[in-house]
Write a protein that binds this ligand. Sequence first.
Ligand code: NAD
Length: 283
Amino acid sequence: MEIKQVMVIGAGQMGSGIAQVCAAGGYDVFLHDLEESLTEQGKQGIKERLEREVEKERISDADKERILRRIQPSTDLSNAENVDIVIEAAVENMEVKKNLFQQLDNRAPAHAILATNTSSLPITEIAAMTKRAEKVIGMHFMNPVPIMKLVEIIRGLQTSDETYKAVAEMASSLKKTSVEVNDFPGFVSNRILMPMINEAIFTLYEGVSSAEDIDEVMKLGMNHPMGPITLADFIGLDTCLYIMETLHNELGDDKYRPCPLLRKYVKAGWLGKKSGRGFYAYD
Ligand code: NAD
C-alpha cells in the first residue's frame, strides 16, 4: 500500500518530532492535539529545530519552508478520514489511547494503518478496541526523534505481515533503522532502559550519591552518552512512571516497583525538562 497522508496524534515532544521527520521524508502530515495552542507550540518547536539545521547548512531555507508547509495543524479528529496512517503519540495512558483508537477506527478509511508510539503499553490490547486489529501496530520512535536512528516496530498478536511491511518500509523512508519486536511489556528498549533509570532514582533516594555523581558514574564509567537521571528528565518523569507501572503491573515482579521519589516528583508536577524542573532545574 502507498502511504501519502499521515496523521500524528499529540504535538508534544515525540509527536512534533515524528511530524517533522515524516514531513522531511515527503509525507503530508496532520499534527493533531487537543487545542490549537498545543499544535502551534509543536509546530513552533519544529520551526526552531529546522532553523538550527539551516544555520548549520544541513538543509536550505527552501527545504525548511517545504517541510513546514507539509505540516497542517489539526484539532478535529475527523481529519483522520483522509489519512493512510495514524501515528498516535498522545500521553502514555491506556484509557486515553483506547479511547483514541476507538474513535480513529470509526473515522479512518478502511485501508488506514493505526500505529502507536507507546513506550510500553500492550499493542494487542489497544488493537482490541478496533475492528481492524490486523492494521494496528507499534511504531516506537526514540527521543529526540529527528536525531535517533532507531524505530522499534512492535507486532501485536493479530498484526498482519502486510501492515508490518508497510510500516518497516515507511521507517526506512524516514532514514530510520527498524527492529522487529513482539508485544511484551516495555518491548525491548524500555524493558532494559527503564529499570536502570528506576534503579538510578532509587540510588539517589537512598542517599548513595548525588544526581550529578550518579550521572557521572554512568557516563565516565560505563561510557553512556547521558547519565540516567538526566535521561529521565529528558524522557519526562510522568512517562517514566507510566512505563514502570506498566512493567510492574504486567510482569508482576517487585524489581519493577517504581521508586517513591519518582512518584513524588510526578505528583509535584516536576516532570523533567518539559516542565522546567525534574531532578535538575531547566530555564
Ligand atoms: P508529551 O507530554 O510531550 O506530549 C503528549 C501530547 O499528547 C500533549 O501535547 C497532549 O496535549 C497530547 N494529548 C493528550 N491526550 C490527547 C488526546 N486525547 N488527543 C490528542 N492529543 C492528546 O509526551 P511525549 O513525551 O511526547 O510522549 C508521547 C507518547 O510517546 C507516549 O505514549 C510516550 O510513552 C511515547 N514515547 C515517549 C518517549 C520520550 O522519551 N518522551 C520516547 C518514546 C515514546
